[in-house]
Design a protein around this ligand. Structure first.
Ligand SMILES: [Zn+2]
Length: 119
């Protein structure tokens, strides 16, 4: 029977370093409402701005279909040009590339290239 006593008798030296004391910040009776930061009232083009804002915030990861498409900006709009048949597809802002895949499946030029590669 060996009972391990959990008495840690480590000698604790007194801290000589004075800790910074935050006085008053923890009081519950803090009836001082924090003054809200000055709100910038300069909202212009709120509707048009959302798209670019979204793109900046969340950059869509490039999917594998982009290996067969080339990004092109036509009239300020982002487009995708098929590397095989040079046809231009719309680039969805949501990052959806399902229509790219659909095009690749139906792209005759691509099929030709694949057949040539197999020979
Ligand atoms: Zn194509």
């Amino acid at each position: 029977m060996s009972s391990t006593p959990e008495v840690s008798s480590l000698p604790r030296g007194e801290d000589n370093q004075p800790l910074p004391i935050f006085s008053g910040s923890a009081s519950i009776n803090d009836s001082n409402p924090t003054p809200s930061a000055t709100q910038t009232v300069g909202v212009a083009n709120e509707g048009d701005d959302t798209d670019t804002h979204f793109q900046k915030k969340k950059r869509v990861k490039k999917s594998a279909v982009w290996l067969e498409f080339t990004e092109e900006t036509i009239n300020g709009e982002l487009k995708a040009r098929c590397n095989h048949c040079k046809s231009v597809l719309k680039v969805h802002k949501s990052g959806s590339t399902t229509h790219f895949n659909r095009h690749l499946e139906a792209c005759i030029h691509r099929k030709k290239n694949q057949i040539q590669l197999q020979q």
